[in-house]
Design a protein around this ligand. Structure first.
Ligand code: SF4
Length: 465
């Protein structure tokens, strides 16, 4: 799929614009249940050490605080300017680290670290340094060239010195939120951020030896027009990040309180959203970015594009990842772990997260252990989302099934997509077509065993476009 040039077919995309999961996991988070608890997590963590070749480790750390609310936001975050709250949070995070770290053998190298939020740079230099030193004492940070230590930064609240401090701790990848540079749009979403402060952070990262820089944009925001978004894209291309993620804004004010402050009358229409997406694809591909899939673009020499070419690209909770073969440990409120064939999530509210740790318990609230059917479907969905193709014989060998017999119903669903030109089906392969590249999740949905009640799907997930 990597070398195929995607074909943006607006009419086709509009026709398939249905609600559906983004498949950062399969089964998806709504399937997690409270039956998977701390004991289950401890058992699977211990068992993971006994694998013939234990997987390497990946660590995700969630910092939930933000100094100001962006009105479009649907993340788990706490709005505050009180940095004393960070101290209380860190106290509890350290307790969690002390409970979790001993569960994993010390000789398992930690090759991936990711700080997300919220705003990770809500932690000041001292707090961040102490946290990183503590993690380095309790896990074996890899020194390998392929290690990936990344962090999401908000340039409104940090400068070049902070980026240089991160470099001294081994960070080599940053992701910077932009969303839109137009001042009218920024006012409507309550996020005023200049090109200059964004450039200062990206330049500092490059000067400090960061291997990859990434920016996030959102299309479908209030007051966005093709003309003003074109200007934002020009400014982004000039900033020359290695990766660009362009997410579709999902207006769900019943679910996300902050979104109630967005005037629905200011939102672009479905046709305008499609134009904004088409413009994004056109301008980024013309500027040399490769479409990876599901909103992600990368330069051809970026690790993400290389991983896709090598067939090692994976999907995880940060989107696409180059280290999907690891056991992922999530730390902090709402963080998700993926250890062995399980997913588990921490408490989503700070008070519950704190209460569990004060009682000396891991703050795990729910999770799921994959059965054979889940594992098979997760594999199929992963292949389609990351590589855009599926080698049927290798799936049959890995899971000891007869593909055509096992997936009779799914192949029927897929044939409808094939009739629309989204995917090609042969006895050997399933291959997403260049026109199907923007509808990956629609194709993956054909294999999702949990999606049988369309009404429930529409209520839970945002639309594809
Ligand atoms: S978008 Fe990011 S910075 Fe803005 S409120 Fe949400 S988590 Fe915080």
């Amino acid at each position: 799929m990597s070398s195929a040039i995607p074909q943006f077919d607006a009419e086709l995309i509009a026709r398939h614009d249905v609600a559906g999961p983004r498949y950062t996991s399969y089964p998806t988070a709504p399937q997690f249940h409270v039956g998977f608890d701390e004991l289950a997590f401890r058992a699977v963590a211990c068992a993971s050490n006994e694998d013939p070749i234990p997987r390497r480790l990946s660590l995700y750390v969630h910092v939930p605080f933000c100094a100001s609310p962006c009105f479009y936001c649907g993340c788990t975050r706490v709005i505050t300017r009180d940095h004393g709250k960070a101290e209380i949070y860190l106290d509890h995070l350290y307790r969690e680290i002390e409970l979790v770290a001993p569960l994993f053998d010390r000789d398992r190298p930690l090759v991936q670290l990711h700080f997300g939020g919220g705003t990770p740079n809500f932690l000041d230099d001292m707090q961040m340094s102490e946290l990183l030193e503590s993690l380095a004492r309790q896990f074996s940070f890899s020194r390998d060239a392929d290690r990936e230590f990344g962090i999401e930064l908000d340039p409104r609240w940090c400068g070049p010195d902070y980026v240089r401090m991160l470099a001294t701790h081994g960070f080599n990848r940053i992701s910077v939120g932009i969303q839109d540079f137009d001042r009218t749009v920024q006012a409507a979403i309550n996020r005023i951020q200049s090109v200059e402060e964004t450039r200062a952070v990206l330049d500092a990262a490059r000067a400090s030896g960061f291997r990859s820089t990434s920016v996030d944009l959102i299309y479908g925001l209030p007051k966005q027009t093709v003309a003003n978004f074109r200007r934002t894209l020009e400014q982004v291309i000039e900033l020359a990040p290695d990766r660009v993620a362009t997410y579709a804004y999902a207006h769900l004010p019943d679910r996300f309180k902050a979104q109630r402050r967005i005037n629905a009358a200011d939102l672009p229409s479905a046709a305008q959203r499609l134009e904004l997406l088409g413009l994004t694809v056109e301008m980024l591909t013309a500027a040399g970015y490769r479409y990876i899939g599901m909103d992600h673009f990368a330069r051809p020499n970026d690790d993400l594009a290389r991983a896709q070419e090598a067939g090692t690209l994976q999907r995880n909770f940060q989107g696409y990842s180059t280290h999907g073969d690891c056991d992922l440990i999530g730390l902090g409120v709402s963080a998700i772990s993926h250890v062995g064939a399980t997913f588990s999530q921490n408490e989503r509210e700070l008070r519950d997260y704190y209460a569990a740790l004060e009682e000396g318990r891991l703050p795990i609230v729910r999770g799921i252990e994959l059965d054979d059917d889940d594992a098979l479907r997760a594999d199929v969905i992963q292949q389609l989302m990351c590589q855009g193709r599926l080698d049927i014989a290798s799936v049959e060998a890995r899971h000891r099934i007869d593909f055509t017999n096992y997936f009779g119903v799914e192949l029927e669903r897929l044939r409808i997509a094939a009739n629309d030109g989204l995917v090609e089906i042969t006895p050997e392969n399933l291959a997403v077509t260049p026109r199907g590249r923007f509808l990956l999740r629609n194709i993956a949905m054909c294999f999702d065993a949990y999606l049988h009640a369309p009404a429930a799907v529409a209520a839970r997930y945002s639309r594809a476009l």
